[in-house]
Write a protein that binds this ligand. Sequence first.
Ligand code: APR
Length: 390
Amino acid sequence: MPTERTQVVIIGAGPAGLVLGQLLQKCGIDNIILERRDPDYVLGRIRAGVLETPTVQALKEAGVGDKPEREGLHMNGFNLRWGEERCHIDFGMVGKHALVYGQTRVTRDLMQARQASGGITHYEAEDVQPHDFDSERPWVSYHKDGQEHRIECDFIAGCDGFHGVSRQSIPAERKQEFETAFPFGWLGILADVTPVSEEVSWINHPEGFLMCSLRSRTRSRYYLQVPKNEDIRQWSADRFWVEYERRLPRDLAANLQTGPALEMSITPLHSYVCTPMRFGRLFLVGDAAHIVPPTGAKGLNLAIGDAQELAHTLHAHYSGGHPDAIEQYSDRALGRIWKAVRFSWWMTTLMHKLSDQPFERQIQLAELEYTRGSKAAQTAIAENFCGLDH
Ligand code: APR
């Protein structure tokens, strides 16, 4: 069996894996990434698109922060809408801004940077399995080109997403899992039509939430709340546009441009956290450890935050200055993660139709009215949305 040797094996070449690979490379720590898909498949996943300030800092540290700053759209705030009412959340209240820059572009920038730096990524690596991560000599096996391969290493980083092999390799009795699922999902459309507004709006509508977002000045990203088990095959772009326009406030509906869908998909809304995030010499990073509803635009930012946390942890370990750095990784990461999980959960319960209970809607309207009249409440939303400092 062909055997390689490296310091860190990274399972997964999504945002978490690629950022971790770059940051480790920058501090001279050898690493190999194993990705089960091919590069085009990874690049083809349409997902997040809002980068918080700390995330842009982490991308800069990884050597890919300039393009988002140069080409990303500055997001200086967003609107909470209900009926024809509105509350503007101004990020200037906390002296920050976010950047609209699609995850696909982040992934492409990272893949190009890794290729340029000579980092090793084995794509189409099948049956990846972490082994002996409770020992001093963990290793990873995988199949490729009809052969079984083995990589001996010091540490394994599970950056393989919610359905990956890393978390599944941990016996149930060693994990504590926290989870809540919402009884609805987001039906999303990506279309090359002029956005109804350059500002993102979260809209609480009596028949269900909708969001007006964008990926550029010519590409719109819109979402509609649909029942949890909605079948995407029941939704054409035309049906989407009719329902979307029906729920839009009048001023935004007047600007609505429709067109063919580049992509349509349904995202379930649930929150999940696995603790701890370290098992011996195996670390969980990003969606492998936690999932948030997309309402707070936190998923991509949390994944990159974890990658930066782990890179700093391993650098401290190898530099010898902090013998307990490894032990601290999980608690430090979870401290940041739980605050983002709370904010995503709170935004979801504030803006969505939770049930047919009139009481719940009255509470939502009262919270929205209170927020509109309170700079303190608006500031709290702004600082959470722009990303609490790592
Ligand atoms: N072996 C190798 N690779 C795997 C395996 C496996 N067994 N299972 C999954 N992968 C790969 C996937 O193909 C994917 O490329 O791991 C990668 C995981 O990437 P993501 O799911 O994007 O997870 P992460 O990097 O944590 O990013 C999370 O980014 O996807 C967005 O907003 C989304 O919140 C999410 C965030």
